[in-house]
Design a protein. Structure first.
Length: 341
């Protein structure tokens, strides 16, 4: 039986060596290694061997199978290379034909707006700070004056990983981490751009979206400084004709707090469908940093003051470019993306 196996190996070697195309290689493989192939036919007689002979014959059979398979693989690679070379040799290059135009991509509108926000605040003396997207409950809520039983937690509808770990719902934890690191030094001027996560999904909301939050801490900081900063940002982003207004609001981490509106970018305040006739569009939330937040982060609220603000980048982009559905940013429709070159 061992002799038969060696004969099969030699026959396969000869046939593989003279083979000149891929289809015949497949036929050779079926002939020698297939379910009804010659190697299988020989091995059917192993039942007639003694217990001592079977392992010896089995070992030889495996070696023969491996050798044939290796030869087949090597020959297949050689034939494929030859096939490619032959095709290239047959093709003639016409150097008079015009070249192919390479399609160029473009920066995503969200990235465009993020970059513009960074540039504006860099020009106002702010640096960029970053932090983890998987955050602890302490940094995401408690250090921002949102204790365990605070009802405002429900408004953010969070993705929890464990009871104490979650996907951050805003970039405010970055502000806390920076304050803890540098306190009690002033001034602090940072913006914190990044992705945040909340359980929401419709034409104006996404479970993942982008925020930029800002923080300034120094001595003698006032609400007027906050308004002046946001007015400078709004004019740089939307044009010199834009005005802003602050409406009283509530955020646990600022006191007093305000929603910030800009005069409608479509009608410039006269009233239209976009602004529901009011002449104003809400763009962000802001306020003076709550004394408890300052104190928990290592600052003396009697010595320093601060203001903070937060904006949704998608919201800014929708207003800037006249986009009416948030989902367009994430649909990967090339017709939409081509507009932002």
């Amino acid at each position: 039986m061992i002799d038969k196996l060696n004969i099969i190996k030699e026959q396969a070697l000869v046939e593989i060596k003279v083979c000149e195309d891929i289809p015949n290689i497949e036929k050779i493989k079926v002939k020698f290694l297939g379910k009804k192939g010659e190697l299988t036919s020989v091995l059917r007689g192993m039942g007639q061997l003694s217990a001592e002979e079977r392992p010896i014959v089995g070992k030889v059979a495996n070696e023969v199978r491996d050798s044939i398979q290796e030869l087949l693989d090597e020959k297949t690679i050689t034939l494929k290379r030859k096939e490619t070379t032959d095709k290239l040799n047959e093709e003639k290059l016409d150097i008079t034909l015009p070249g192919y135009k390479v399609g160029l991509g473009s920066i995503h509108p969200i990235s465009l707006v993020l970059n513009e926000i960074r540039e504006i605040f860099n020009g106002l003396g702010y640096s960029v700070a970053e932090g983890p997207e998987i955050e602890s409950d302490y940094y995401n809520f408690e250090a921002l004056n949102l204790p365990k039983d605070h009802p405002a937690r429900d408004m953010q509808d969070s993705f929890y990983i464990t009871p104490e770990v979650l996907l951050r719902t805003h970039t405010s934890p970055v502000q806390i981490r920076v304050m803890e690191k540098v306190a009690p030094k002033v001034p602090v001027r940072i913006i914190a751009p990044g992705k945040v996560y909340r359980r929401d999904d419709d034409a104006t909301h996404s479970p993942m979206f982008h925020q930029v939050e800002g923080l300034l801490i120094d001595k003698n900081v006032t609400l007027g400084d906050l308004k002046g900063t946001l007015l400078a940002f709004a004019k740089a982003m939307f044009g010199e004709r834009v005005e802003i207004r602050l409406r009283p609001s509530y955020f646990p981490f600022t006191e007093p707090s305000a929603e910030v509106d800009i005069s409608c970018v479509m009608c410039h305040g006269s009233g239209c469908r976009v602004c529901s006739g009011s002449g104003w569009l809400e763009i962000l939330g802001s306020g003076m940093v709550h004394p408890k937040v300052l104190e928990m982060s290592g600052y003396d609220p009697e010595e320093v003051k601060g203001f903070a603000f937060g904006m949704g980048v998608e919201r800014i982009a929708m207003l800037k470019y006249g986009i009416n559905d948030l989902r367009l940013f994430f649909d990967n429709d090339i017709r939409f993306l081509r507009q932002f070159k």
